[in-house]
Design a protein around this ligand. Structure first.
Ligand code: FMN
Length: 195
């Protein structure tokens, strides 16, 4: 892969710089099965510790039975904006060993899931779909609803669709878009000669 020259003011790829978590989705936008396949493929190809691939997904397209079963477990906050999204995905990861759920499967299982979900969200933006990851739902409820066994944890959900507002236009509790500075997140780095 070629290395690009960059400007002194960092410019990100649009799939990163244009990502935001909408709190309103267009209810008329349909995500096809082929779109969903592309998102699952993006997750499938994510790196993971020892290639353990601990992730799993429950996918509901608006109007189908899985979507309806996921919607039942939304918290009051997320039920205000998530149901009209084109697709809801519950994000699962294997935390325990199948026959001994108390034994840790991989110390990186949640890390790996997060990375797979990030891949899905970036791929979604490349297809023209926005995404909003969230915790505001009943994890145990989703687990019981879909018969998820004890060694697999329901961690988060993602709503995919097309936003009905722009970034920062609608505020929602707990969804600040403020970021810590690059300096604040850099524990150690030598910046003498640049480049
Ligand atoms: C693991 C995780 C859990 C989140 N939980 C919620 C949530 O329960 N409700 C919500 O509205 N947003 C939730 N978010 C979205 C964040 O609040 C959002 O990403 C953050 O405020 C930054 O805003 P941005 O995504 O628009 O840049 C969650 C995001 C992640 C990654």
């Amino acid at each position: 892969m070629a290395v690009c020259d960059v400007t002194s003011d960092p410019v990100l790829h649009p799939a990163l710089s244009e990502r935001f978590s909408p709190v309103g989705f267009r209810p008329d936008v349909v995500m096809t099965h082929e779109h969903v396949d592309v998102l699952l493929e993006a997750a499938r190809l994510a790196p993971s510790a020892g290639n353990s691939q601990p992730w799993g997904f429950v996918v509901g397209r608006r109007g189908d039975a899985v979507h309806e079963r996921l919607v039942r477990h939304l918290a009051r906050s997320s039920s205000a904006w998530a149901p009209p999204a084109s697709t809801l995905v519950a994000n699962l990861t294997q935390v325990g060993v199948e026959d001994a759920p108390d034994w840790e499967y991989s110390e990186f299982s949640r890390y790996d899931l997060g990375q797979a979900v990030a891949h899905m969200c970036v791929q979604a933006l490349a297809l023209g779909f926005d995404s909003h990851q969230f915790r505001a739902f009943d994890r145990e409820g989703v687990s019981a609803e879909f018969g998820v066994p004890a060694h697999i944890e329901v961690v988060s959900m993602t709503a995919f669709g097309v936003a009905d507002h722009g970034p920062g236009e609608v505020s929602s509790p707990g969804t600040s878009r403020e970021r810590r500075s690059r300096g604040a997140i850099t524990w150690a780095r030598e910046v003498g000669e640049r480049s």
